[in-house]
Structures are given as C-alpha cells and as structure tokens.
Design a protein around this ligand. Structure first.
Ligand SMILES: Cc1cc2nc3c(=O)[nH]c(=O)nc-3n(C[C@H](O)[C@H](O)[C@H](O)COP(=O)(O)O)c2cc1C
Length: 168
C-alpha cells in the first residue's frame, strides 16, 4: 500500500482518538496523521491515499478546524488520489443530522478528480436522516461514541481491512 495521510478535525477528542486507532491499524510506517488546525495543502499533496475526518456539530455543521481547512483541500490537487472519509456523531440526540459532516466532505471533494472509497452499509445504525447517505450507503465510516462506543473498535478494524483492498 502507498502512503496514507489522515487529516482530522475534532473538538472533544473523539475523532482524534479514532484517527489514531485507524493509523495504528493501517501501520504508523505508512499512515501519517495531521490535525486540520495546522495542516496545509502541501501536506495533502504528498500522499497517494487520503483520509479526511470530521465530527458533526450544531445540527449538521463540520467541526470548526475542518471547516477552516476546506480552502486548503480546495486548492490541493487531488486528481488520481484515493480518498476515504470518516467522522463521529450522535445518532440518538441528532437523528436528522447524523454525521452530516461526512456528507459535506464528500460534496466538497467529489468533483476534484479523486476516487472516493470506503463506503459503508447503513445496517446497525438507527437514525432518520443523514447527508452522509448517498445511494443508500454512507459515503464514509460513521462512529458514535455516545451510543455505540462498544462497536468502534470492530468498525474501525472492518473498515481498515476494506481500505487495504481499496487504497492504492
Ligand atoms: C451541541 C452539539 C451539537 C451536535 N450536533 C451533532 C449533529 O448535528 N450530528 C451528529 O451526528 N452529532 C452531533 N453532535 C455529537 C458530536 O458529533 C459527537 O459528540 C462527536 O463524538 C464529537 O466528536 P469530536 O470529539 O471529535 O469533536 C453534537 C454534539 C453537541 C454537544
């Protein structure tokens, strides 16, 4: 597998902790991790495979650092890269905007010539609406520490195995 850059935005640490678990599963020798509070477009461009991650806040918004990082993503050349997305949310308290940030990231990059991988079935989640669902699948991995924290470890392992076949 070619090199992987994980770029996350996290307010209370849940997405950060998941990013570290994902890095560990992929192997710290191939996967490097960046907090979007300080990362730049040039950091993005050095990787063949990318993972973008943001939690969802305020009824459907991206996490603030990730939102501020969007111009860096816009200015980066993503052509030919493989990109996967994940994020933390709370399906019980926010069933109408569950992990919307995943869907917003998807919208922001889908016309940039990259290949978006890591789609996840909606089975096992209980919510009403989500911008992260496109063609009946999540366009990235939703994690829910508030209600399904016991599933996070297995969900990450399964998703990373999928990425190992879908990344370059
Ligand atoms: C005020 C507030 C608003 C939230 N809004 C949403 C939301 O719209 N959709 C969602 O899925 N989760 C929402 N959440 C849940 C967070 O996304 C969840 O706690 C997540 O694990 C935080 O991840 P982080 O620590 O990486 O920022 C909200 C939480 C709070 C406290």
């Amino acid at each position: 597998m070619k090199n992987i850059g994980i770029f996350y935005g996290s307010l209370t640490g849940n997405t950060e902790s998941a990013a570290k678990q994902i890095q560990k599963e992929l192997g710290a020798d191939v996967a490097k991790i960046f907090d979007t509070a300080s990362a730049k477009a040039s950091d993005i461009e050095q990787f063949s495979n990318l993972i973008f991650a943001s939690s969802t806040w305020n009824d459907g918004d991206m996490e603030e650092d990730f939102e501020d990082f969007l111009p860096e993503i816009s200015s980066a050349d993503l052509k030919g890269k493989k990109v996967a997305i994940f994020g933390c949310g709370d399906q019980d308290s926010y069933p109408d905007t569950f992990v919307d940030a995943i869907g917003e990231i998807y919208e922001a990059i889908k016309e940039k010539g990259c290949d978006i991988v890591g789609m996840v079935p909606t089975d096992g989640y209980d919510f009403e609406e989500s911008k992260a669902v496109v063609d009946e699948k999540f366009v990235g991995l939703p994690l829910d520490e508030e209600n399904q924290g016991n599933l996070t470890g297995d969900r990450i392992k399964t998703w990373v195995n999928q990425l190992k076949t879908e990344f370059d």
